[in-house]
Write a new protein. Structure first.
Length: 481
């Protein structure tokens, strides 16, 4: 069999490993291969000889790198290549009958129905990880992957029928997917990746595939306070469960996290930083309850937490004498401090705390980060322009006790102008290297302040990606003396 692989990233490389070196391959890439390629005479490589730079692009003028891919028996494409393929091959039924993605192969071949998929604009990685950790705490075998960690094809053959699979699913991965998980979780929705999607409607339509192909016995978990998430859940024919409101997990007025009528723990005892993470926690708790929690015949949660009014520290056991599922979930929530580059404390130096929130590549994410800290802040903003509205971010800077803004990247002029229009003039621009950016922030900060890398923009231009930006920030901070 001759297999075509479009895109040599995480998923393209996993497709090669999955099908094995004995097949014949045509591997095509938009630009020269940055990662090692197979040293195999049965593999032909094809690419454009011009480096396009970093970032995800919605269209290409030169599609010659795709020539001949249609002659392969099976074509596995990286989801970000969808629009390029459609531009090249249109609606050619013969081509698309052979074209597939790692996600589609996974859903077709996986040996378990216990699949939880998580999407949303922000919080997917944290929520997916929390779900996986909570299920593991119940003694379940769990496989975590998708847009986080491993490609699904790297663990497909390891999944057994009783296992649970937790998938973080991006808009790219959902774009042309015709399968939905047993439990879908949709977090808050905000416009993003408009440099790839033709419009917001296309972005939302892609996300809605999380629920669109569910069956009546499947479950759609949605954010009760977000209209976009609610509307997406309507695409599901299955059971619809809100979170951040009963009967899903929510925060009571007294600050207790609860599921239905059952208390879990005070919100002050969770380790994750930021009010936004309370949403992610409630989403994860709701999904895990739907997966393994218990109800009595009337639908009330049982054997799963603290009876209302009982101390959160009290010992609780189920009828079999073991800890309840919420006891296990509480252990996770009190110990899990978050993922890398998500409000990650790097160090405290001379009374100033330095936080890496490089994952905040949208204005909404940076706004959330600003709200997470009451202390005065020196914030690092800016990057490449994804066509998103930056005015709400400028408004939040003015409201959020920001001492100074260090503004970088292609959006620097735009952000500076928006801040100046609002009377905020404590702005530094013109810096490009992370050591000088961090050094400037240090000079501007005072004891008790927070220095926050939460740019609200993509990293491309100055950095390879958000991970590169975050790693360079941490390196520069750790080198301060």
């Amino acid at each position: 069999m001759k297999i075509g692989i479009v895109g040599w990233g995480v998923e393209g490389q996993s497709a090669y490993r999955y099908f094995g070196p004995e097949q014949e391959y045509l591997i095509v890439n938009e630009q020269p291969f940055a990662d090692p390629t197979p040293q195999n005479p049965r593999v032909k490589l094809q690419f454009l000889d011009k480096d396009r730079g970093y970032g995800v692009h919605g269209s290409l003028e030169d599609l010659s790198y795709l020539d001949g891919i249609e002659n392969c028996d099976k074509i596995v494409y990286t989801p970000t290549a969808f629009f390029a393929l459609r531009q090249k091959f249109g609606i050619d039924k013969e081509f698309w009958a052979k074209a597939t993605t790692a996600q589609s192969i996974f859903f077709e071949e996986v040996r378990t129905k216990n699949i939880i998929g998580v999407t949303g604009t922000k919080g997917k990685g944290t929520t997916s990880t929390l779900i996986a950790k909570m299920l593991e705490a119940q003694g379940q075998t769990v496989h975590l992957g998708g847009n986080i960690g491993r490609s699904v094809l790297d663990f497909l053959n390891d999944v057994r029928p009783p296992d649970w699979v937790v998938l973080e699913l991006s808009n790219f991965q959902l774009k042309n997917l015709t399968y939905s998980p047993h439990i879908g979780v949709c977090l808050i929705i905000a416009p993003e990746h408009l440099d790839w999607h033709p419009d917001v409607a296309d972005y939302i339509e892609a996300k809605a595939n999380l629920f669109k192909y569910q069956k009546p016995d499947d479950i759609a978990v949605y954010f009760a306070n977000d209209d976009g998430s609610k509307k997406m859940a309507l695409a599901s024919p299955g059971k619809k469960v809100p979170y951040f409101a009963p009967p899903g997990a929510y925060i009571r007025d007294d600050g207790i996290i609860a599921v239905g009528e059952t208390e879990v723990m005070p919100k002050t005892e969770v380790k994750l930083l930021g009010e936004h993470n309370l949403q992610n926690i409630c989403a994860a708790l709701t999904a895990v309850f739907e997966a393994v929690g218990e109800r009595d015949p009337s639908g009330i949660v049982r054997n799963s937490g603290i009876p209302r009014g009982q101390s959160s520290g009290a010992s609780r056991v189920n009828a079999a004498g073991g800890s309840t599922w919420i006891d296990k979930a509480k252990q996770v929530l009190s110990s899990f401090g978050g993922l890398e580059h998500r409000l990650e404390l790097v160090r405290e130096l001379q009374g100033v705390k330095y936080y890496d929130d490089s994952f905040a590549t949208t204005p909404d994410a940076a706004i959330v980060a600003l709200k997470a800290f009451k202390a005065p802040k020196v914030i690092i903003l800016g990057g490449s322009d994804k066509g998103l509205n930056l005015e709400p971010l400028a408004d939040e800077v003015v409201r959020s006790d920001v001492r100074h803004a260090v503004v970088i990247g292609d959006t620097a002029d735009k952000i500076t102008r928006l801040l100046n229009d609002r009377g905020f003039t404590s702005v530094t621009t013109g810096l490009e290297k992370m050591p000088e950016i961090v050094a400037a922030a240090r000079r501007l900060a005072q004891p008790g302040d927070v220095v926050l890398l939460s740019t609200g923009c993509a990293s491309f231009g100055l950095f390879k990606d958000y991970k590169d930006r975050g790693n360079l920030f941490k390196q520069a901070v750790l080198e301060l003396s």
